[in-house]
Design a protein around this ligand. Structure first.
Ligand SMILES: Nc1ncnc2c1ncn2[C@@H]1O[C@H](COP(=O)(O)OP(=O)(O)O)[C@@H](O)[C@H]1O
Ligand SMILES: [Mg+2]
Length: 272
């Protein structure tokens, strides 16, 4: 499991990931994927001072954290197949969609690595709204009518990744995600992307994320610092299955929060 506290380790410290990663080859530069060349461009809008803008500024601490997470994911990919990841959390509002947006931006690295984000929260989709993109057909239509996911995927600029929106479900979303149509969608898109991230509903109130987790390589669990109770995290891990949970991303732990919550790591980081 990736421990969130690893996000704070610096060179020279115990378990220094920087040293380990030097032996891991970086993925190749831009892959040309002809099937994606003609994806319509969707121009995203986001706040200048907002979290995504922070990521496009490579010097920000937010960008640094996500670069680190990217490095860890690339490392783990050297050990086992790791292409598709579902992002979930115990409860609503923990920050799943926020982390999904940021992680897609980091993994795509300005378009060098074909990355797809699927909005699979068919109950409360928020990715398109967050980017001020108009609603369009997406995952729900693929699951309901068997339409080709590649025909609904858009290229999100200036973020450099691809998006399959949630679309509009006419049937019960939970049942839709349990159908055999989901594995078919996953198989249809797999050849074209290096990374596939799936934003999903919370795992405690709904079974959607569990259905999705059966069709992807691993689950990334999001917890909201100072809010998500430890028991809720433990219960979620139990439901998903410990082996399937790749790690926990602690969302909203600013420097101050971290120094209070995890002084054993933060103190060392600060003094270096
Ligand atoms: N680290 C954070 N700091 C401040 N606000 C945040 C943070 N992460 C998420 N939020 C806000 O909390 C709300 C819920 O986040 P969201 O990512 O949509 O959660 P979820 O997808 O888990 O329901 C959004 O308004 C979002 O902007
Ligand atoms: Mg969400």
């Amino acid at each position: 499991m990736i421990n969130f506290s690893e996000l704070l380790w610096k060179s020279g410290q115990r378990n220094d990931p920087g040293r380990r990663v030097s032996s891991v080859a970086e993925p190749e530069e831009s892959r040309v994927v002809p099937a994606l060349e003609h994806a319509p461009v969707a121009r995203a809008q986001f706040d200048e001072g907002g979290r995504i803008a922070q990521l496009t500024d490579s010097r920000s601490s937010g960008a640094d954290r996500f670069r680190f997470l990217r490095m860890r994911l690339r490392e783990l990919r050297e050990l086992a197949k790791l292409q598709s990841l579902v992002i979930t959390s115990p409860m609503p509002e923990d920050g799943k969609s926020t982390i999904a947006l940021s992680l897609a931006t980091a993994l795509a690295e300005g378009g060098k690595h074909p990355t797809l984000l699927i909005d699979a929260d068919l109950h409360r989709s928020s990715i398109a709204t967050n980017l001020a993109l108009p609603p369009r057909p997406g995952l729900a239509e693929c699951l309901e009518d068997g339409s080709n996911p590649m025909s609904h995927i858009v290229s999100v600029e200036p973020l450099g990744w691809y998006l399959l929106e949630a679309g509009e479900a006419r049937r019960n979303p939970t049942e839709l995600l349990q159908s055999a149509a989901l594995p078919a969608v996953m198989q249809g898109i797999a050849p074209y992307f290096e990374w596939i991230l799936i934003d999903s509903p919370p795992v405690l109130p709904l079974t959607d994320a569990l259905s999705i987790s059966r069709q992807v390589d691993a689950t990334l669990l999001v917890a909201r610092a100072g809010r998500t109770p430890r028991e809720a995290i433990e219960e979620s891990i139990k439901l998903i299955g410990q082996k399937h949970v790749l790690g926990i991303v602690l969302n909203g732990a600013g420097a101050e929060g971290l120094s209070r919550l995890y002084p054993q790591y933060y103190g060392r980081y600060e003094k270096k």
